[in-house]
Design a protein around this ligand. Structure first.
Ligand SMILES: *Cc1c(COP(=O)(O)O)cnc(C)c1O
Length: 360
């Protein structure tokens, strides 16, 4: 049976990448060692981390005045690192669009000398849309934080706001490399790797140099400027995850780069949204103008029927389709590495289920 993995994260990786990793597992480039066994100071690993950075710079057209950092601690540690480094003694503005933004907001609130203000929220309707943002914000604020793609709720920012000299900081964990966002529109971008980049354990941070902290923060590992000065090698980085990320970046490049992959992602999403639109059984809980192309929740409106669908889907090899517990129903995460055939198989299965369950 073919398995299609709809997991929201850790998520499906390109098979071609796993095959290369398999072939190089025991002996990396005639070193007689696995990548996992290489010193992070060795020239072989240096080549890997440098290639990973330059590929990411090429794929996202990252300008020279931005640093790329390969860190640990997940996107969740960035919830604290961002305010710690950027907002000491200042105001930090947040847009609340889902469970992850709420966590980012509470992490910032936990810091003593950061003043947190939520400037827009869609919590009134269970985060089923991207809220209208104010046209202007306090120009002395440290940043405006947004979550470009809301993994759990299935919404995404179609357009990145501009607040003059106040930089936009983005949690891009679930749609980095799946959207042609312009890096120049952001002061900081961060993403946990386990959705579109590689294995869990690696976090990518892209930060405009003038936003690097001037003063050291209390813990060296949490200090952007120190990490940047050491080219992400202040301590042992997650070497194997960086190696897999490099292979994924090569794979994205071979798919036509971000433009090529985004086009494919849009087609995959369109196929599923068209099916939901035509269906008399399934509906999308998300407002049309706010829909994500990477995480697509859908429901029947009947918990028992959702459960029956999820059970039947599992038996057919559709893994991890169950919706997040806060939303219920189903959620298909169609990240870059998710194959089109998997979406075609899913929509065929949905049509069959609908026929058998009175949707006609
Ligand atoms: C998955 C996810 C996170 C959490 O990432 P961790 O790496 O587990 O900390 C944060 N934000 C968004 C948008 C996510 O999708």
């Amino acid at each position: 049976m073919t398995i299609y993995n709809f997991s929201a994260g850790p998520a499906v990786l390109p098979k071609a990448v796993l095959e290369i990793a398999q072939s190089e597992m025991l002996d990396y480039k005639n070193s007689g060692m696995s990548v996992m066994e290489l010193s992070h100071r060795s020239s072989l690993f240096e080549e890997i981390i440098q290639a990973a950075e330059s590929l990411l710079r090429e794929l996202m057209a990252i300008p020279d005045n931005y640093k790329v950092l390969f860190l640990q601690g997940g996107a969740s540690l960035q919830f604290s690192m961002v305010p710690l480094n950027l907002a000491q003694g200042k105001k930090a503005l947040y847009v609340s669009t889902g469970s992850w933004s709420k966590k980012a907001i509470s992490a910032a609130k936990a810091l003593d000398n950061v003043e947190v203000e939520v400037i827009a929220s869609s919590e009134d309707k269970n985060f089923t849309y991207i809220p209208e943002l104010p046209e202007t914000v306090d120009q002395n604020a440290a940043y405006v934080h947004i979550t470009t793609n809301n993994t759990i709720e299935g919404t995404a920012f179609a357009k990145i706001p501009n607040f003059g000299k106040v930089p936009v900081v983005a949690d891009m964990s679930s749609n980095i490399l799946a959207n042609d966002y312009k890096v120049e529109d952001f002061g900081v971008i961060y993403a946990g790797a386990q959705k579109n980049i590689g294995p869990a354990g690696l976090t990518v941070v892209i930060i405009r140099e003038d936003l690097l902290n001037q003063e050291a923060v209390f813990a060296p590992m949490l200090d952007y400027a120190l990490q940047a000065k050491n080219d992400s090698l202040y301590n042992t980085p997650p070497t194997y995850a960086i190696y897999i990320a490099k292979l994924v970046f090569e794979w994205v490049k071979a798919q036509g780069g971000v433009a090529g992959i985004t086009e494919k992602d849009q087609q995959k999403a369109q196929l599923l949204y068209d099916t939901i639109e035509k269906s008399k059984l399934f509906t999308s809980p998300v407002r049309k103008d706010s829909r994500s192309i990477t995480n697509i929740p859908f429901v029947t409106g009947d918990d028992a029927l959702d459960k029956a669908f999820n059970q039947a889907a599992l038996a057919e090899g559709f893994e991890n389709l169950k919706g997040h517990r806060s939303v219920g129903g189903m959620r298909a995460s169609l990240y870059n590495a998710f194959p089109t055939e998997g979406v075609e198989a899913l929509v065929a299965f949905m049509a069959k289920f609908e026929k058998e369950n009175g949707g006609n």
